[in-house]
Design a protein around this ligand. Structure first.
Ligand SMILES: O=C(O)CCC(=O)C(=O)O
Length: 349
């Protein structure tokens, strides 16, 4: 467990009072972000226009999505049918939540990763050695009626605004998952069925300004354990994606979402599609918000490479496992650069 040099549970209540990064946030020298060695090219990850996905541009868009999943593991989407006002509402309500008085925010605090609604800090404070420069509110959000009553009721419109956003993002995910199934040459409903009862979680990530961003991470390099992630970020850069061994900054484009392939998609596709390392860096001047929606299989869904994607030339790369088994491993081993997927390789059984 990381040793703390303060008695605050949340970073938000500490960050604005310190001139130096407290020792429990400082990474060993070999594990710090080299903020000077980052590609800033805007052509970093593809931007796909979804206008016409269910019309004349269908096969062209499916092809673009397939290529992005294969080559980058990441892409951005525009014309996704989620209204700009809903996006702005979601960002504003999240910011308002993190500005509530400490005592109000702490009502949602928990360090237990199995809780379905919780405000916490860093990644897993119970197991990690070094803390991350982040607070987060984690919410389970599908089926909504099972969870919405647990969510914060302050700000007063929080539940309503966030529920509306979640429902719309779910619609986007379902459209993308169908297109991804098709791009793999599978039946349109294949992945949807493989998930069994779907799961949807979201995190509201809050990264306060950091006095020494070169010493720490908002989140260190990791892949996502779920199927697919839809990330909304505000206008402050911080997300970086590993591409050909180089970190590439994904600069915010208003009203677009960033989509990335998670570990379960890599497994289902038998390694055709890549779950790619990404990280969040922080900066001295500005707080940053990011809101990933993690779309997941049901805990009891059995995940393995699609039979149609296995043959003599491409034997199954992974063994089958339940998502609960995978998820448990992910949270308990900490965010590590070696991908959790390695533990589930077929050759290791
Ligand atoms: O803040 C970001 O841009 C990345 C967030 C992320 O990777 C995560 O929450 O898993």
């Amino acid at each position: 467990m990381a040793t703390t040099t303060n008695c605050k549970l949340l970073l938000s209540d500490l960050a604005f009072t310190v001139k130096n990064v407290p020792s429990n946030y400082i990474r060993p020298v070999f594990d710090r972000p080299d903020l000077t060695d980052v590609q800033k090219s805007d052509a970093s990850i593809p931007l796909i226009d979804l206008q016409g996905l269910h019309g004349p541009r269908h096969s062209d868009i499916v092809k673009q999505i397939g290529l992005a999943c294969q080559n980058d593991g990441f892409f951005q989407v525009k014309n996704h049918r989620i209204p700009d006002t809903m996006i702005n509402n979601m960002l504003n309500i999240s910011k308002t939540f993190f500005k509530l008085p400490e005592s109000e925010r702490l009502k949602s605090y928990s360090d237990d990763p199995s809780k379905t609604t919780r405000l916490s800090t860093s990644f897993n404070v119970k197991t990690e050695k070094v803390s991350n420069w982040r607070d987060f509110l984690r919410l389970h959000c599908y089926p909504l009626e099972d969870y919405v009553h647990e969510w914060p009721s302050n700000p007063p419109s929080f539940r309503e605004d966030v529920a509306e956003y979640c429902t719309n993002v779910r619609g986007l995910v379902l459209r993308l998952v169908e297109a991804i199934s098709e791009s793999l040459g599978l039946e349109r409903g294949y992945i949807d069925k493989a998930l069994s009862k779907h799961g949807q979680h979201m995190a509201l990530n809050y990264y306060p300004p950091c006095p020494q961003p070169e010493l720490t991470y908002g989140l260190p390099g990791h892949t996502d354990p779920n199927l697919i992630t839809i990330l909304l970020q505000d206008d402050v850069p911080g997300l970086q994606v590993l591409r050909n061994g180089k970190w590439v900054a994904v600069n915010p484009i208003p009203n677009t979402f960033i989509v990335n392939i998670g570990d379960q998609m890599q497994v289902l596709s038998n390694d055709r599609y890549k779950s790619v390392l990404h990280r969040a860096v922080v900066n001295c001047d500005k707080e940053r918000l990011s809101i990933p929606t993690f779309y997941c299989p049901s805990p009891d869904a059995v995940i393995g490479p699609a039979r149609e994607l296995i043959d003599e030339d491409r034997p199954a790369v992974y063994r089958s496992f339940t998502y609960a088994e995978y998820y448990d491993k992910f949270w308990n081993r900490g965010l590590a650069t070696e991908c959790c997927l390695d533990v589930f390789k077929a050759s290791t059984v």
